[in-house]
Each structure stands twice: as structure tokens, then as C-alpha cells.
Design a protein around this ligand. Structure first.
Ligand SMILES: [Zn+2]
Length: 490
């Protein structure tokens, strides 16, 4: 049996009427029961075409069905209208770097947190295949209550692997590979399970990395990742790497002594002391990173920027992650207040872990602070040289709250020289382009998915206005801010 949209609307109204009667008092607000409605007299903020005031938009069956000028409002015949006057409609936001598998206590709360913050699509950049596939399947089953989830499956790592379940800081996010055969087997498994992209990790040997790239390109599957410590950026990009996370190990490839640094890493990677993956990796970062950023070779830097731009190697710098450690903004009162949106037990666990950090003075010359500033300079330089960017945060790692951290990332990108428009693109059309879905989502255009955010301010005037959320529309379903709040799992 199929119901016409009109019939559904009438049924919805009756349902709302019944609920209202039962509750005695009820806001005449839109509810999730609607599947066809107009937003009247709203200002569209499209990430490509910019601001277009006084528009009416018909949302029908999860899509943007029609866009007309406000003057034509008389022709709008429907029982369901939302007054959009004074509001700004942007595409739903993306966080292009999240980990559902990082924390079992956080995971059940993540979908509601993302939606409550206007994040309607996410890229999961590493977790066990079975676990992240389940998260993705659930988002497909309930598309109006979860963001769209794109998955890489596990980090494809070498040996010893870093995220191997050795401690709560290093849960099992990766698959260890000690030969070319295991690379072939594990990569094929991910391809057969139709992951959306692949993620290469830091402990891969050059031979393993190249084999992974070869298999991925046969399937036309994109690979993002960390530059393996056994390689430099130039050879990784030449092998076909399509994306880089956290600008990881970028500095080691563009230092004046990059060749010696590589030689030193290759010798340490033989791991004579049998360190764990996490220990071995940390020791290499500690040994080379801070010296490398003091010795950047301007010619190598400009060659790297040119190569990244020419090959469209997408950068997801996760500035919020480094900024959070450098400034400990999570200790500020407004941030501590945000913890009440988290499951209670987890919030308490975070509070206990954070509190002792109050007693440690914030040092602007500490390595993390220097590195965090250097990252912003690099982001500014690469963006100015046409390297493409996506906004991603690494939430829930580093006390970054799902959804909320994305807005911080946008502010940091603007601090790093992005225009408001370019920053908005990093969280809308850019990740959609990376995943090849830019013809169906992340624009305000007829036929596009109705994954949208209604704001009380224009983010093209001030990027912080992405936080002034009035309502979120997911797969056509209109969620008021209070409905979104009531969905949070506490
Ligand atoms: Zn990550």
C-alpha cells in the first residue's frame, strides 16, 4: 500500500492533534511525522553559489523538491509550512575524521550528538570492520536519526601495529600486516566488504604501502592515511596516496635533512628493543618532529605543496585535536558545561581525567603549542597554494565532543587563513567530492538530499554562526533543537 504525501500529512496532523490533546499543551512545531513541507522566506547559503535571500523550499521524501522566490508564496499549497524569515539554510555539515570504535561508552551517544550539532555526514577513518559496518548499516536503516556514515574499516598498519588494544588510549582500530600476502588478503577483504575508502597507517613498509596503493587503484578506491614512517611524502604521493590525515609526518619530508631523517627512521624501525607499535611510533615522533619543524626547507615545502595540489591530495589537518591539547580549552567553563550532553558515566570519567590538568601551567613554548601553531601556518600555506582541504576532528579522541568539535575546526581553519566560504566548503561540498557524492548531497539545489541545517546567523559573515542552530533536517525529517536535545543519550 502506498500513501500519497497529502494523506500522510493529514494523518500526521491528526497524530499531532491527538498527542497535543494528551499532553494538554503542545508547541505547534513541525514534528518528525512530516514528510513534505515548505520552508518559506528563508535565506539559502549554498557553499558554491553563496547567499540567496527570500527563497521558499519544498522538502519532499528526503529531497529538496523545489526552490521558488518568496514572491511566489501564494502558489505554495500545502498544509505544512515553516517560517524561515531571519533564518539561513546551509547543507548539513560533515566531520571527515571520526572514530566510532574509539570508545565503547561514547559510541551509542555519537549519532544523536552529531545531529544535535548539525553534522549529518561523517567519515569514519578507522575501526574494526564488523563494528563500523554495523554503525553504517544502522545509519542506513534509520536515515533520519543518524548521520550518513562512510567507512574505511580498520587502519591498514604494518608491524608492530599502533592501535592494537594495548590500552584505553590504543584500542583495536587497526589490522596488523607483516607481509605482502597479508596486505593482499586484508585489502581484498575490505574491498569485498565494500568499504567507502581505505586508510593506510604509519608502520607500513614502503613495499606494503605500494602494494596497498596498487590494489586500491585497481578498484578505483581512494586511500587516505598517515605518511608511513618508512617513507617520505613525495614517494607516498607518487604511489597514489589520495588523502592525508593530521598532516602526519609532513615535516619530516620537507626538512633540510629529510634524507638523513628517513635513513635514521628506517634503522630505528628495525625495532631492536622490541617496542610496541605505539612506543616505537612515539619514539620516532619524539626524535624527529620538533627538530624537523625548525629546519623546514622552503624549496621542499613549495615542491610538496605543488605535488599535493596537482594530485588533489586531500588534507584533513584535525587542527581542533592539536589545539585542544595545546590550549586545554576543554577546561574552560563553557566547555565543561558541554559535558552534560554526554552519557553521565563517560562525562564523569572525562572530568576526572581533565581536572589534574588545571594545575599544569599552559606554556606557549611547549612542544605541543609550537607544533599546533606550526600546523596552522602549514594549513594556511597549503590552502593558499590550492591544496584541497576537508574539515575533520578525530572525535572522540582528545576530549573532542562529537559534533561540537567540528565547529571548533571551522573556526581554526578561518584562523588559518580560510575565508568563511572556503571553511564552509571544507565541511560540505569538499568531503562529498572526496567520496564521489557531490552530485547528490551537500548543496542547496533541487534534487539534492534534504540534509540541512537552519541557522540563526549567516556563517558567510561569521563562521561561528554555524553554532547558532535553529533546527536540523536529516533525510527530510525536521528536528527542532529541543527534539534534538531530547534525543541525546545521557
Ligand atoms: Zn584518527
Amino acid at each position: 500500500m502506498t500513501n500519497s504525501p497529502q494523506l500522510l500529512n493529514v494523518l500526521s496532523i491528526i497524530n499531532v492533534a491527538i498527542i497535543c490533546t494528551l499532553l494538554l499543551s503542545c508547541q505547534p512545531a513541525m514534528t518528525s511525522l512530516e514528510d513534505s513541507y515548505w520552508i518559506i522566506n528563508v535565506t539559502i547559503v549554498d557553499p558554491i553559489e553563496g547567499t540567496q535571500p527570500s527563497k521558499n523550499i519544498l522538502i519532499e521524501r528526503g529531497k529538496i523538491a523545489k526552490i521558488t522566490n518568496y514572491e511566489e508564496v501564494d502558489r505554495v499549497i500545502t498544509i505544512s509550512k515553516i517560517d524561515g524569515e531571519g533564518l539561513y539554510l546551509i547543507p548539513g555539515l560533515w566531520d571527515a575524521h571520526v572514530h566510532y570504535a574509539f570508545d565503547d561508552k561514547m559510541r551509542p551517544a555519537m549519532n544523536a550528538l552529531f545531529l544535535a550539532h548539525g553534522v549529518t555526514s561523517v567519515r569514519d577513518t578507522g575501526g574494526p570492520l564488523e563494528l563500523v559496518s554495523k554503525v553504517k548499516d544502522r545509519s542506513i536503516e534509520k536515515p533520519n536519526k543518524a548521520p550518513n556514515v562512510y567507512i574505511a574499516g580498520p587502519l591498514i598498519d604494518g608491524t608492530p601495529n599502533v592501535y592494537n588494544n594495548s590500552s584505553p588510549s590504543y584500542p583495536l582500530l587497526s589490522v596488523e600486516n607483516n607481509s605482502l600476502t597479508t596486505i593482499q588478503y586484508n585489502t581484498q577483504l575490505l574491498i569485498d566488504n565494500q568499504v567507502d575508502f581505505l586508510k593506510a597507517y604509519e608502520m607500513l613498509s614502503e613495499e606494503q604501502f605500494n602494494e596497498l596503493m596498487r590494489l586500491a587503484s585497481e578498484e578505483e578506491l581512494l586511500v587516505t592515511g598517515h605518511i608511513p614512517l618508512s617513507m617520505n611524502l613525495f614517494s607516498a604521493v607518487e604511489a597514489g596516496l589520495n588523502g592525508m590525515e593530521h598532516l602526519r609526518n609532513f615535516e619530516m619530508s620537507i626538512a633540510t635533512n629529510s634524507q638523513e631523517l628517513l635513513k635514521e627512521r628506517l634503522s630505528i624501525l628495525k625495532n631492536p628493543d622490541s617496542l610496541s607499535g605505539a612506543e616505537l611510533r612515539s619514539s620516532l615522533h619524539a626524535k624527529q618532529r620538533m627538530d624537523a619543524i625548525q629546519m623546514i626547507d622552503s624549496t621542499l615545502l613549495s615542491q610538496a605543496a605543488e605535488l599535493l595540489a596537482q594530485n588533489s591530495v586531500w588534507q584533513t589537518p584535525t587542527l581542533a585535536l592539536y589545539n585542544n591539547f595545546a590550549t586545554r580549552e576543554f577546561l574552560q567553563e563553557n566547555q565543561m558545561a558541554e559535558l552534560k550532553k554526554l552519557p553521565m558515566e563517560l562525562a564523569e570519567q572525562w572530568r576526572i581525567a581533565m581536572e589534574p590538568m588545571r594545575n599544569i601551567a599552559i606554556d606557549p613554548n611547549a612542544d605541543i603549542a609550537v607544533y599546533s601553531r606550526w600546523m596552522k601556518e602549514m594549513v594556511e600555506y597549503l590552502h593558499a597554494n590550492n591544496v584541497p582541504f576537508m574539515a575533520g576532528t578525530d572525535t572522540p579522541i582528545g576530549y573532542l565532543i562529537p559534533g561540537q568539535s567540528l565547529h571548533k575546526e571551522l573556526e581554526l581553519l578561518v584562523e588559518s587563513g580560510f575565508s568563511n566560504e572556503h571553511a564552509l566548503q571544507t565541511a560540505t561540498i569538499n568531503p562529498a567530492t572526496f567520496l564521489g557524492v557531490e552530485e547528490e548531497t551537500s548543496r542547496i539545489k533541487v534534487g539534492y538530499n534534504a540534509d540541512l541545517v537552519l541557522l540563526k546567523g549567516n556563517p558567510l559573515q561569521n563562521i561561528s554562526f554555524t553554532q547558532k542552530i535553529h533546527a536540523v533536517i536529516k533525510n527530510g525529517t525536521f528536528w527542532s533543537i529541543s527534539e534534538l536535545d531530547s534525543m541525546l543519550i545521557r
